[in-house]
Design a protein around this ligand. Structure first.
Ligand code: ADP
Length: 768
């Protein structure tokens, strides 16, 4: 980056010489000439020896001497200007005079007033006034500085006018530029802090403008040459130029330059730097105008910078609230967070990001690859404090990052949840990569016409390169705040959602409990009057048979059978409501033994049945409530027998091998997903939880060769009191059996479902 010394003429360099476009006289406080530049003959027509030891009155008339005496030269860091008419050997000559004091020495510098074209004051005044009016109307900092560059160029006519800004480490970047078309742009280029020594920076604060009309001009020595006390030329307007700076600008093709410091909060904030390819003298009036403009820009700068910071914060905030809004409204957290991509990057001004939710990582923009991101999370998570970790030199802390420094020399990790393994990582590239190189930086290191090589820029460049290597643009406080606010908002949303869910769950639980106890109370209480109806009907039928005619007897018979039916229904309901409330008595149960009991009871209650019960392989021992599981198998076996019109009925009880179970599960998962889709946004919680839990569970089956169940009833048969046949057919039933079986299985955290082909048979699958 070869702007290194552009404006950084080292003001701390004290050469004991001046530039040749004027003369310098060092005077005692009694205005006796003590020292002069060796070029007095050129401007004053007198040799130095003729002037040394002479009073200033030998050059100036009483009026000018009086004017000098009136100047507030004792004021520190004040360079006073006045027009002076000097008596030279060729007669009177007008000069622009600059007077300042260094300890006991008064320094008078004279630049011949530029003629023959006298500078039009009114014109300059109008130009400056116009410039200031335009600047006042500009809000945006960059526009403001671009306009400043434009106005300075309008006023001075330099080929190129740039505005540099220093960062917190003192390195600079060109942030505004106006130039003639043929020049290549320097906008966006950086230069290192080392190019502007602290002393030089301090002096820029004291010198409102620095002008070098001809960089190639031979410097002029002071006479007598400095002995033990060197004249301090820090505030001299003619002071000559550091040779390194001269070489540098020659390499750049710059012949003349002018620099106006920009001061904010009493610190050097930046510089307005003007270049010209040919020597260019700028008359004092124009310099004064620019100086004034520089001061106006400096005083406006604080407002503009604050405004810029405020604008940036507002921008971050608006991006953040947009993300938060998306998250709070969307079902898919990840999508809401990462789309659109620039939004999440903009929240902290990053060039890449990785969003890690559990083990799934999404990459946005320029990032390291997934594996590197994964390792990085593990490392950075251990460094994190208060849920955030950031660095602008990741490879220096985490050497593995050197391989991906181009994308992640800067890292900001935000931990949203350690438990859930939720992280957002933002990346910034190595700053050296972000530099918009104007060609090969070494190209400007030229072999000069005399064969010498200019090394300053290279050294300077190397120093800078070393400084910015493996480093990104630092994270600003407002960016870190933005990240933390995003985290708070996400956590807030998640908490709110969890709270809402907990509230709904609680309400549901209460409703469920109330319903269960209502069902229990209702069914329990109904039983008594029902029994009364039944008993009295029987009494009527038995004891009053003689007074009842045939119709009345029939009616009473119907009352009796209806009350019996009603009692079975109520029993079903009662059983179901009991199941919801009773605790499970889990224990290791050998299913072979359990089924033996079931079959014994079945045999006892179905004398001489023709059902073949097959158990092809021994069943395992599982954790369950034996009484309830007994009820399930007994119901399924009874159904297999009831809903079968084959001459040779059979039922087979077994369990699936792991492989078969896997296939079953995949198929089942498809069904579950379809079902979930149908249930839209609110998938049945028991389905998903039990599905997750079902992975290691055994899938049992009860298969029969019965009448089968039409596909559209595969779900409905598990509903309470759902029957597919009339009471008279297939031995009747209340339609409560499968609902009770389902409830029992769900209480065990399992699932039950059926596969069936009408006319061929059914297979009930269950997991426990
Ligand atoms: P029910 O007490 O009426 O048998 P269930 O809840 O046990 O009630 O069954 C509900 C309905 O599902 C039955 O009415 C029957 O139509 C059908 N069903 C149950 N099991 C089978 C099976 N193994 N084969 C064919 N249909 C069956």
């Amino acid at each position: 980056m070869e702007l290194l010394l552009t404006s950084h003429d080292d003001l701390s360099f004290n050469p004991g010489s001046i530039q040749p476009h004027g003369v310098l006289l060092a005077l005692s406080t009694q205005l006796v000439i003590l020292q002069v530049s060796s070029n007095t003959q050129d401007y004053l027509g007198k040799r130095p020896q003729e002037l040394l030891g002479q009073p200033l009155s030998s050059l100036l008339d009483a009026l000018c001497l009086e004017a000098i005496a009136q100047l507030p030269i004792n004021e520190i860091d004040t360079i006073n200007y006045l027009k002076l008419s000097v008596r030279t050997n060729e007669g009177k000559r007008d000069f622009d005079g600059f007077v300042h004091r260094v300890e006991n020495t008064i320094i008078l510098e004279l630049e011949p007033t530029q003629s023959p074209v006298p500078v039009n004051f009114l014109n300059i005044h109008t130009l400056i006034k116009g410039a200031i009016a335009k600047l006042k109307r500009t809000n945006n900092l960059i526009d403001f500085l671009q306009l400043t560059a434009q106005q300075v160029r309008n006023i001075t006519g330099f080929d190129r006018v740039m505005v540099y800004q220093f960062d917190h480490q003192g390195a600079g970047v060109v942030i505004a530029e106006v130039k003639t078309e043929e020049l290549s742009p320097y906008l966006g280029l950086h230069y290192p802090a080392t190019d502007i020594p602290r002393g030089a920076k301090d002096l820029y604060k004291r010198n409102p403008l620095r002008i070098i009309p001809c960089i190639h001009a031979q410097p002029v020595e002071l006479i007598p040459t400095a002995d033990d006390t060197t004249l301090d030329l820090s505030l001299s307007v003619l002071r000559s130029v550091d040779p390194c700076c001269v070489e540098y600008h020659q390499n750049m093709g710059v012949a003349a330059l002018m620099v106006i410091p920009l001061i904010k909060d009493e610190k050097l904030w930046g510089l307005i730097s003007c270049h010209h390819q040919t020597p260019r003298y700028v008359p004092y009036e124009i310099r004064a105008g620019c100086e004034f403009l520089g001061q106006i820009v400096s005083s406006e700068l604080a407002n503009k910078v604050i405004q810029e910071e405020v604008d940036y914060k507002i921008r971050l905030e608006s991006l953040r609230s947009s993300v938060v809004e998306s998250i709070s409204q969307a079902d898919n957290f990840r999508d809401a967070l990462i789309q659109p991509e620039p939004r999440l990057l903009g929240i902290v001004g990053a060039t890449g990001a990785a969003v890690c939710l559990d083990s799934e990582i999404s990459l946005l923009g320029a990032t390291p690859d997934i594996e590197n991101v994964r390792s990085l999370i593990t490392w950075a998570d251990a460094q994190e404090k208060d849920n955030i970790f950031y660095t602008d030199s990741l490879p220096k802390l985490y050497p593995e990052a050197e391989t991906f420094k181009d994308t992640a020399s800067g890292l900001l990790l935000l931990r949203i949840s350690k438990l859930r393994h939720y992280y957002i990582l933002w990346f910034r590239p190595e700053v050296i990569r972000t530099v918009n190189w104007a060609g090969n930086p070494n190209e400007s290191i030229q072999v000069n016409s005399d064969g010498t090589i200019t090394l300053c820029p290279r050294k300077s460049f190397e120093k800078w390169q070393e400084l910015v290597r493996l480093t990104s643009v630092p994270w600003q406080k407002c960016e870190l705040d933005s990240a933390l606010s995003l985290r708070n908002a996400i956590v807030g949303i998640v908490l709110k959602k969890a709270e809402e869910l907990a509230k709904i769950n609680q309400e549901l639980e209460t409703i469920n409990r109330e319903l269960a106890s209502f069902a229990y109370a209702a069914s329990h209480d109904l039983k008594e009057p029902l029994r009364g109806i039944y008993n009295y009907s029987i009494i009527l039928l038995e004891d009053y048979a003689s007074v009842l005619d045939e119709d009345a007897t029939d009616y009473l018979q119907t009352v009796i059978s209806l009350s019996v039916r009603m009692e079975t229904l109520i029993n079903g309901l009662l059983r179901l409501s009991q199941l919801g409330q009773a605790a499970l008595h889990l224990q290791a149960v050998n299913l072979n033994e359990l089924l033996e009991q079931v079959i014994n009871v079945f045999d006892a209650s179905h004398q001489q049945h023709n059902l073949e019960i097959r158990i092809p392989k021994a069943l395992p021992t599982i954790q369950c409530d034996p009484v309830l599981v007994n009820e399930v198998f007994s119901n399924l076996i009874t159904n297999a027998f009831k809903y079968n019109d084959k001459a040779e009925k059979w039922v087979e009880i077994g369990y699936l091998d792991r492989e078969d179970a896997g296939n079953q599960e995949t198929q089942r998962q498809g069904e579950t997903e379809n079902l979930n889709e149908r249930l839209s946004a609110s998938p049945h919680p028991s389905l998903s939880t039990s599905f997750l839990d079902s992975q290691p569970a055994i899938t049992f089956y009860v298969r029969d060769n019965g009448i089968g169940i039409p596909v559209h009833h595969h779900q409905t048969i598990f509903k309470l009191f759902k029957r597919l046949h009339t009471q008279e057919k297939y031995g009747g039933g209340t339609g409560a059996g499968l609902a009770i079986a389902k409830k029992i299985i769900e209480r065990h955290g399992g699932q039950i479902w059926v596969e069936s082909t009408a006319g061929e048979g059914s297979t009930f699958y269950l997991t426990l």
